[in-house]
Design a protein around this ligand. Structure first.
Ligand code: SF4
Length: 224
């Protein structure tokens, strides 16, 4: 026991200081928001961010938006997510409970969402937590392309969340069907089924992109 305590003492606090201090520097191989110079347009809601696609990437992880059309990059300007409205900020700005719905994805988006609960990100310090019951939730966070089999379960979960509620689409699959979009078994995007308040692109999105999107939606992070 003493050994464990000594190790923890030596390690110190592992939780990142973001957003009070600068965000962590992501590795050189990280592929963030694309550099669109010379390209016609890129839809981040469909992108898988694979290497060797010929697209150059910055290491900017800030990509979440409130409107689907803002994910279509046509220049260097980008409309990052902002607080939904004053009522939502007042209600959920200091305490937001989310029910996660895994609607047919590959589990990578879920893994990168789960990692926010580790000591490094410590999501609960912002008052954001995942809960088991939709009746205890303020919103739903959806991953995966919403397969035919998951559509009813998603709708039931959505309806069980009391109003007003927030809907968050995480990953290319939830936003547009992603790599499964040509299949007749999946939807063409979560917003064809229920209204979406926050789009977080990526395949999967980096945890920093997800955290940044949450904080912007709640008005806790306003800087561009
Ligand atoms: S967006 Fe990519 S990582 Fe997320 S569920 Fe779909 S295929 Fe998997």
């Amino acid at each position: 026991m003493l050994k464990i305590l000594m190790t923890r003492f030596r390690q110190g606090c592992r939780t990142m200081a973001f957003p009070k201090r600068k965000p962590p520097v992501l590795p050189a191989r990280y592929r963030g928001r694309p550099l669109v110079a010379g390209l016609e347009e890129i839809d981040l809601g469909k992108m898988t961010f694979v290497p060797d696609s010929g697209i150059r990437h910055s290491n900017d992880f800030r990509m979440a938006t409130c409107r689907r059309q803002d994910l279509v990059l046509q220049g260097e300007t980008y409309a990052l997510a902002r607080a939904v409205n004053r009522k939502i900020v007042k209600l959920f700005g200091r305490s937001l409970k989310l029910r996660q719905v895994s609607a047919g994805g590959c589990n990578a988006c879920e893994a990168d969402t789960n990692v926010l609960n580790t000591p490094v990100f410590d999501l609960s310090r912002f008052g954001i937590r995942f809960v088991a019951s939709p009746r205890h939730a303020d919103g739903v966070l959806v991953t995966g392309p919403v397969t035919r089999n998951m559509k009813e379960a998603l709708l039931k979960t959505y309806e069980a969340v009391p109003d007003p509620k927030i809907v968050i689409a995480v990953g290319a699959c939830a936003i547009s069907g992603g790599i499964f979009s040509r299949s007749p078994e999946v939807s063409r995007g979560l917003d064809t089924i229920i209204p979406v308040d926050l789009y977080i692109p990526g395949c999967p999105p980096h945890p920093m992109t997800i955290l940044d999107g949450f904080l912007r939606l709640l008005g806790r992070l306003k800087k561009e």
